[in-house]
Each structure stands twice: as C-alpha cells, then as structure tokens.
Design a protein around this ligand. Structure first.
Ligand SMILES: Cc1cc2nc3c(=O)[nH]c(=O)nc-3n(C[C@H](O)[C@H](O)[C@H](O)COP(=O)(O)OP(=O)(O)OC[C@H]3O[C@@H](n4cnc5c(N)ncnc54)[C@H](O)[C@@H]3O)c2cc1C
Length: 453
C-alpha cells in the first residue's frame, strides 16, 4: 500500500497511470518503446514490452564485427543540448565523446583524380550556396523534389565539369542521400532542411549505443522473438497476438517503424483511421545502409570520400573507426538511389567486392582482403523496411503529427516518425516514448536524467 501511494505521487489523478489495474503492452524494444516502458515502469505502472527480434535496441545495434564493436544502426548523438539521450547518459554514468573525424581523401571517379583541399572547399562552398538558395528555390518551384531544385540551382550558378560534379555531390550525397537517406529525386523540397536541430555538436556514445539501450532496459519485462501480427482494441482493454501467443492489457503503445505499418504486417481492429492511412501513404522510409570492414592492420590514411561520375552515390563515404572500434575498421555509408539498387539484389559478397574496388580506386592501393565484414540490410529487414522516415514530395510534417495521434483511448503510437520536429533520430524516438508515457498520465518522471521533461 505504501509503495502504491508513493508511486501515485508521480501520476495524474484519475489517469490510466494512476489505476493499479493498468497494464501497458509496448510493441517494439527500440529506443521509443524502451523509453516509454522505462518511464511507465518507474512511475509504478505495469508494463510488458513485446519485441519481434531476438535482441533489443531496434535501429540502435552495437554488434561485434570480429574484434571490432560497431554501431550498425544509429551511431551519433546529433547535438547534446536538450537531447534526452545525453541527459540519460549523463545521469546514468554513461559517457559520449565529441566526434573528431577529419576528411582526408577525396577521389573523383570521373576524372580518376584525387581532388585534395581545393575539392573539399568547392564541396563546402556548393553546400553553403545551395543552402542559401533554398528559400528562393522553394518559392519558385513549390511542391517538388530536391533534385528538381538542385538542377535549377546548378544551371542558375552555371557550374560545369568537375565543379558541377562536386556541387551535385554536395547536394545529392552530403545533404540528401546520406542525411535524409531517401532518393534525391523523391525527397520533398517543401520542408527540406527545416527540421529542428539540437546544438552542442556531434558526439558518439563510448562503446556504442548498447550502453544506453541496456541501461534503459534494465529490470523491464521484455518478451523477445514475438512479432506482433494483430492488435485488437475492445471497450475494456487490448489483446495482441504475437508469435502465436496472446497478450492482454489495458493499453498498447505501438512503436514499430513506418515501413512496418506501411507493409500492413500488423492487422488492427478496429482498422486504422483514414488520417493515419493517408499519412502512411504519403510518407516513405529512407535507405541508409552500412558496410563494415575489419582488417588485421590499418592500410589506409584517414577518412575517405568518393565522388562518383554522374554522382551515382556508389559507396560515397567511409569513416575510420579504428580508434573507436578497437581494431582497424572502416565503415562505409550509402543511401538513397544507389542503396535501393544494391539492396534490391546484390549479394553481400558483391557488395564487399565493389566496396574494395571503390577503396582501391580512392586510395590508389589494392586493399588486402578484410578479415571480417558485415553488411546491413535495414531496407529489406521485415521489422524496419528502411532506415528512417523522410518526407517525399506531397508529404509534410503534419503527416508525422497524424502518426502521433492515438486510435481511441487504448491504442497509442510512438517512434521516431511520430516526432514532427526531430524525426529520423534517436532523440526523436526517445522524445516520443516520453510523450506517450505522459499521455497515459505520468506527470513527473522518475528516470534519472529526465526529471525535467
Ligand atoms: C543505418 C542507420 C544509421 C542511423 N544513424 C543515426 C545516428 O547516427 N543518430 C541518430 O540519432 N539516429 C540515427 N539513425 C536513426 C535511429 O536509429 C532511429 O531513428 C531510432 O533508433 C528509431 O527508434 P524507434 O524506437 O523509433 O524504432 P526502432 O528502433 O525501429 O524500434 C522499433 C522496434 O519494433 C520492433 N518491431 C518491428 N515490428 C514488430 C512487430 N511486428 N512486433 C514486435 N516488434 C516489432 C523492431 O524490431 C524494433 O526493435 C540511424 C538509423 C539507421 C538505420
């Protein structure tokens, strides 16, 4: 009784969280689901997390690639001021380090040359120039895709030859396909570059995201390897079918990615609202993917950027993770159009072989065979179906707001794509988990680091 009274001090009187009969079923043990579960659990609410995979963390996944520990999903904290991930880490004895990657190699495939410092300057100038031109391009072109705006800007600026290739690289790769992850000819112009950013600089969690994930999950009731296929809401509760098993509760918080909702692999009864279905139809998942290669010895110099002819996006960026991962490691990132092509049919062996080809061209050395390699497949993974949400032409952040709306009183939603200002990030997922715990009545949060949220 005393325990219950103490717990009640944190929750709104008369809310679901204040009712001792409340049992919340959280679908998905990614950052949004773990956050919602952690906040509710620490406010004294009974919670079960139901996860499809045999691991927690979702799109945060610190894996062993041979001796190297590497984040195969999210790696960065994009800004630490006002970031609930940083606040949680600070309060729970977890550290993160300022990112200090420095670009070294810049290779232009079309001219088969190293471009050096002047190439970097041209890329940075083009980046700034496109950023400055955006308001004018938006006013003139209206609701179209970023590629249309980039083409207009290229001809307005009169870029030609290598300069034009570098300008295309700055926009298509740096600003769009490695950032929003969607194809540049589909990412919408209207709200492009307008989502909110956190200040404080780019950081990397020490030892990877696994530290944060494990600390969040500590003590929670989590059922693994239970893919939810049915969510039924009745007048007095909810029933979920997951991996052939029935779970009964009073409320559910569904945190699965937009790709999973769009695929229709979970059936909802009653059916999803017309607003949510229309929003899901307009939205899409980007396709950022990683290739991680580990060697016995470091054979290259610094980071590598690759400017392909026609700007195809063929493995455009590599980070040297040797210090962070504890072994000689390069992580390649690619997204957008090229990623869709690769993920549609290349084998892992073909991907690694092509990456080695790119690295050989960019460095002028023949790379030795890696001792270990891992290739991600977020795009075809049934529990993600892409990397993170982006706004295609015709969609808007109102669609993300529509995804945050509950369906009736018992079926709630969280996840990065339900956070209209910060979508696509780990902090968006965490913010959405906090939001839904608050919706159920948690008033003052007991989780160390989140007392002020
Ligand atoms: C390659 C890559 C790089 C990224 N880099 C960064 C970065 O550097 N910094 C950053 O801030 N963000 C980054 N992100 C984005 C970030 O990872 C996500 O925004 C965030 O982790 C999403 O969390 P979530 O809880 O919303 O979704 P998820 O992590 O996807 O969690 C949803 C969970 O639901 C589970 N699930 C799915 N279907 C079912 C089902 N039917 N039944 C039960 N469970 C189900 C999934 O397995 C998953 O565990 C990156 C993402 C990718 C893919």
């Amino acid at each position: 009784m005393i325990v219950y009274l103490l717990a009640c001090t944190d929750v709104e009187k008369g809310s679901p969280a204040a009712n001792p009969d409340t049992h919340v079923l959280v679908v998905g043990a990614g950052m949004a689901g773990l956050t919602a579960a952690r906040v509710l659990h620490d406010a004294g609410v009974s919670v079960t997390v139901i996860e499809a995979r045999d691991r927690i963390g979702g799109r945060t996944w610190t894996a062993d690639v041979g001796p190297a520990k590497v984040d195969l999903g999210a790696a960065w904290l994009h800004g630490v001021n006002g970031n609930p991930v940083a606040d949680f880490a600070d309060a729970n004895g977890l550290s993160y380090e300022e990112e200090n990657f420095r670009w070294s190699t810049l290779y232009d495939e079309a001219s088969d040359t190293q471009l050096g410092d002047s190439g970097w300057e041209q890329i940075e100038d083009a980046y700034d120039s496109f950023e400055n031109a955006l308001p004018r391009l938006k006013a003139n072109l209206g609701d179209t895709d970023v590629m249309a705006a980039r083409s207009r800007w290229l001809s307005d600026e009169g870029y030609v030859g290598t300069e034009a290739r570098l300008a295309m690289f700055a926009v298509d790769q740096w600003m769009v396909e490695l950032e929003y992850a969607g194809p540049v000819d589909q990412v919408g112009l209207e709200e492009f570059w307008e989502e909110r950013e956190l200040s404080g600089g780019e950081h990397l969690p020490t030892g990877g995201y696994v530290g944060v994930v494990d600390a969040l999950a500590e003590g929670l009731d989590i059922a693994l390897e239970r893919p939810v296929t049915e969510v039924r809401a009745e007048a007095d509760g909810v029933e979920l079918v997951a991996g052939g098993e029935r779970f009964v509760g009073t409320h559910t918080i569904v945190t699965v990615p937009v790709g999973v909702l769009r695929a229709g692999s979970i059936s909802f009864s009653p059916g999803l609202s017309a607003d949510r279905l229309a929003a899901l139809d307009r939205l899409d998942m980007g396709n950022l993917e990683k290739v991680v290669l580990v060697w016995d010895r470091k054979w290259w110099d610094g980071n590598i950027e690759f400017v392909a002819a026609e700007n195809s996006g063929r493995f455009p960026e590599f980070y040297d993770l040797t210090e962070l991962a504890g072994a000689p490691t390069l992580a390649g990132l690619y997204g957008g159009r090229f990623s869709r092509e690769v993920q549609a049919g290349w084998s892992d062996e073909e991907i690694v072989a092509d990456v080695l080809d790119v690295l050989g061209a960019a460095t002028g050395e023949t790379p030795p065979s890696p001792s270990y390699s891992t290739v991600t497949h977020w795009t075809t993974d049934p529990y993600t179906q892409g990397s993170y949400v982006y706004l295609p032409a015709g969609a808007s952040s109102d669609d993300l707001a529509a995804l945050a709306e509950p369906e009736g009183e018992r079926v709630l939603f969280a996840g990065e794509a339900t956070e209209p200002a910060y979508y696509g990030n780990v902090h968006a997922a965490v913010m959405s988990g906090i939001r839904e715990a608050q919706r159920l009545g948690v008033e003052s949060i007991d989780v160390p680091g989140w007392e002020e949220w």
